[in-house]
Design a protein around this ligand. Sequence first.
Ligand code: SF4
Length: 440
Amino acid sequence: MGLAIGRCGMGEITGISWTDHTFNIAWGCTKVSPACDNCYAEREAIRFGYSAGGKHFPIWGQKEQRRKLSDAYWSEPIKWDRMARENWSESLKKGKPAYKTRLTFTSSMADVLEDHPDLDSERAKLWELVDKTKFLQWIILTKRPQNFRKMLPPEWLKEPRMNVILMTTVEMQQYTWRIDEMLKVPAHCYAVSAEPLLGPLNLEKYLPAKVPVAPHAMPEKWSDWTWPDWVPRRLAADIESFWSDKCGRGPREWAENACSSYNNHPPFGDNVTLEHVGGNTSRTGLYVPRWNNIGSVVTGLNEYEIVGSCSYKQPASLDWVVVGGESGKNARVSNPDWYRKLRDQTKAAGMRFHFKQYGAWMPVGEPKDDPEYYGGKAIVCPPPRACTASVQSLVERDELRLVDGHWMLRAPRKDSKWHERILDGKLWDERPQMRPDPPF
Ligand code: SF4
């Protein structure tokens, strides 16, 4: 999907901040929307000679064939899975279970759901591989989510796989239909890649809040938290005693746990009917998450019952949002306020947010020409940086732009510091919630 990868696109270790591994089912694609205009994968393919006049056959466009990859390459995820499994076993022996999801993204040099005859066989192999590698958490990213239903294995639609995250690219508001398409397909985890972000994007309707206050805004100690009046005191005390300050687990952890897509909690305070944990009867009332997939429904004044959240039919919504600007020679400029809005919406709903990069255009403070230093050339901040030209000539050379009140400077080539990932003083490096149990 047009993103940078390591090892000549072969992908054992990836340079993409939001995944651990990258795996390609093939090389080659057809462009479908503005996000594809400066497709990185196409540039890479041409660099490796996959073009008309290159040393290999062309692989771009619907009529061209796709580059398939070797059996040795296809065996790589089996090794990654084994490593993850060994890591888990080792941690168990040490008495410190350290299961960590190994995110594995497919595909950076193609679109897994492209309707192309060469991909049919490769997709079939991929689904088999995903089922064999339960210690890898596969991210299936596409700009063609309308094909999920017809291209995923039918058995996955009946029983969604715990190690599969469905993800679609939405580069601007007019492409939110892709989220609607994706959410029609059953899955345990849904994500959006708003990269490159080419316009303002409002995801509010896809991010319903699950807790009264976003987890990051919840206090760390129970003494700093006030329950709404309708929550019975005994129930609040039960929750506080489980998520005890003494064990270092305060309201923030409770809220985080409640927001995990795997625990399937209804939103806090929603009127629900759920099965009682002690039998087959159900209870109706206002919902309060407790821990894992256990909650309570408040049925009256100071009355409540313990219920399981497994039977809750959760309306599908997003769990994770990845955002970033475009890189490369012809990169388009993104307004930093578009990133901020997505961060604020995602965090208010208690969901995970990952800011991947500014890309080629970095916001800077108001630049000025300083006659005393740098020979009268422009200075831009942050970081304080002398340019080789005046403000006016930077603008004339299209290296500096004023975009909706933000000064944006084009990152000098090979100057990686200009691709920093700090948004308003913070590294937003979040990943999807881990699965609750190791996948034995
Ligand atoms: S879908 Fe992805 S790989 Fe295909 S052309 Fe668009 S950006 Fe490139």
